[in-house]
Ligand binder design. Structure first.
Ligand code: NAD
Length: 489
């Protein structure tokens, strides 16, 4: 399946002068197509198209916009396998995980489509006789969406669906590592009947993204990516007074107490640490384990790490695909080197090159034990299949260690003591906490996002996601003829 991507500007598939090959990270000889290397000019053209489409789109009603999203759901269901294959080949997650991502996307778009009939304000009696007070929601106008490569179907549509439901037109700048999935999403939006210019897609990297941030016609920004780039985005939006939503990096802890089901905890930990090659923002990168059960827990996780089968993501026998790029693999290998100077390496620690894996970017599942809470591998995001085990004496210390990082996306605790679970729920500094479940996982109707250096602005998904894409306006209607007087006169 070769997909040659072009930008989508004002309903036209618009080629770009400069293009880059899109290579499969499991086998770089496999060319999947090409994608535009756009600059500011292409971004500005897309913004102009979004501005031009705005008046017509604002005239549609929210239920009409929701109906188009329901049509998109049907098309996503029809093309789920095609999308999953493109995702698997270009991002590297195994096909089963790719299908899971597409399914999760469909459930969220369906939820957002329903929201189009629920974007309600409040009405109230006023202090003034004969006056009604109420709130209404108005779209921002043109909204800029900048997304990462690790969930290239889910994250663009988590943003596009509520943005268009609320009446905005959008410019999406997807990650340069995963252009094909964005291209397919654009095709489905067009087929669903979204008018030209309502959703525009500009491929490329920093230059078009910065043009989107800077342009005065772009009234709000939703960004998902690394904390370092998020900081740049937040600063620029602050300078320009643009509402901004940033979902950034993570360093998610899984706490194991001495009363936990160790088998379940180990399975959840291995899934969170090595699943999707550790390239989930919700990946488990720290196991914080009570010393009394640590040996048993670590032995089980190590056994599960040994069962991981790295390979091409489309191969059914594969349980772990590659890192997405050479740059990402280099980052993981660098942290493995740092880890060897900080802790005991139990397994992994290398690049995998046997059996044809040398054609791709495969890191070995890696476990470091007896890691100190302030070690670099315990505090910095690695974004690979690397687990740091920190041994602790009890619940209080576990929570202290869990909170001793800048990030705050998700966390998990394994315990059979409900009182201890509630202490953790109360005290863990993260946007999401799981009890006796992996750190991964999110549902369409529940808010998703983090705190501290992970999240700025309101949550994505859940019943309030669309509110980021709208401004509340308070209205007073005097239908009784009385006159408002201030307290002074
Ligand atoms: P990244 O920050 O390198 O890139 C994200 C996007 O920003 C890309 O589209 C990129 O082209 C663009 N970009 C790069 N430099 C920019 C600049 N100077 N100004 C404006 N835009 C710029 O992130 P990535 O490597 O694509 O994704 C991985 C990161 O995303 C990880 O840190 C991961 O934790 C995070 N992530 C977070 C969540 C969440 O919900 N919290 C979800 C998924 C991924």
């Amino acid at each position: 399946m070769r997909i040659d991507c072009t930008n989508l500007i004002g309903g036209e598939w618009t080629p770009c002068a400069d293009n880059a090959p899109n290579r499969c990270p499991a086998n770089t000889d496999e060319i999947l197509g090409q994608s535009p290397v756009s600059g500011a000019d292409e971004a500005n053209a897309a913004i102009a198209a979004a501005e031009a489409a705005l008046p017509g789109w604002r005239e549609t009603t929210a239920p009409q916009r929701g109906a188009l999203l329901f049509q998109l759901v049907r098309l996503l269901e029809r093309d789920a396998d095609k999308l999953a294959e493109a995702l698997s080949r270009e991002e590297g997650k195994i096909l089963r995980e790719a299908k899971g991502e597409v399914g999760k996307t469909i459930r969220y778009v369906e939820f957002a489509a329903g929201d189009a009939r629920r974007m309600t304000g409040i009405t109230s009696e006023s202090e003034l006789p004969g006056t009604t007070a109420m709130t209404i929601w108005r779209p921002h106008g043109v909204v800029g969406l900048i997304t990462p490569w690790n969930f290239p179907v889910c994250i663009p549509l988590w943003k596009i669906a509520p943005a268009v439901a609320a009446g905005n037109t959008v410019v999406l700048k997807p990650a340069p590592e995963t252009p094909a999935t964005a291209h397919l999403i654009g095709e489905l939006l067009a087929e669903a009947g979204f008018p030209a210019g309502v959703v525009n897609i500009v491929h490329g990297d920093v230059a078009p993204a910065q043009a989107i941030l800077d342009h005065p016609a772009v009234k709000a920004i939703s960004f998902t990516g690394s904390t370092s780039v998020g900081r740049i985005v937040e600063k620029r939006c602050g300078e320009l007074h643009k509402p901004v939503q940033c979902e950034l990096g993570g360093k998610n802890p899984l706490i194991v107490l001495d009363d936990a089901d160790i088998d379940k905890a180990a399975a959840a930990c291995a899934l969170g640490a090595f699943g999707s090659t550790g390239q989930r923002c919700t990946a488990t990168s720290r196991a914080i384990v009570m010393e009394s059960v640590a040996d048993a827990f670590v032995a089980k996780v190590q056994d599960l790490a040994g069962q991981v089968r790295a390979g091409h993501p489309m191969d059914e026998a594969t349980t772990m695909g590659p890192s997405v790029s050479e740059r990402q693999l280099d980052q993981v290998l660098r942290y493995m080197e740092i880890g060897r100077g900080e802790a005991d390496q139990l397994c992994g620690g290398t690049r995998l090159t046997d059996d044809g894996l040398d054609k791709g970017y495969f890191p070995a599942p890696t476990i470091f034990d007896r890691v100190s809470a302030d070690a670099r591998i315990a505090t910095e995001e690695i974004f690979g299949p690397v687990l740091s085990v920190v041994r602790v004496g009890g619940l209080d210390e576990a929570i202290e260690v869990a909170n001793a990082v800048d990030f705050g996306l998700t966390s998990s605790i394994f315990t059979s003591d409900i009182s201890k679970a509630f202490v953790a729920i109360e005290q863990l500094e993260s946007g999401m906490t799981h009890v006796n479940n992996p750190t991964i996982g999110g549902e369409a109707h529940m808010p998703f996002g983090g705190i501290k250096a992970t999240g700025v602005g309101p949550r994505e998904m859940g019943p309030d996601a669309w509110k980021f894409y709208a401004e509340s306006k308070t209205v007073y209607i005097n239908h009784g003829g009385g006159a408002r007087k201030s307290n002074l006169y």
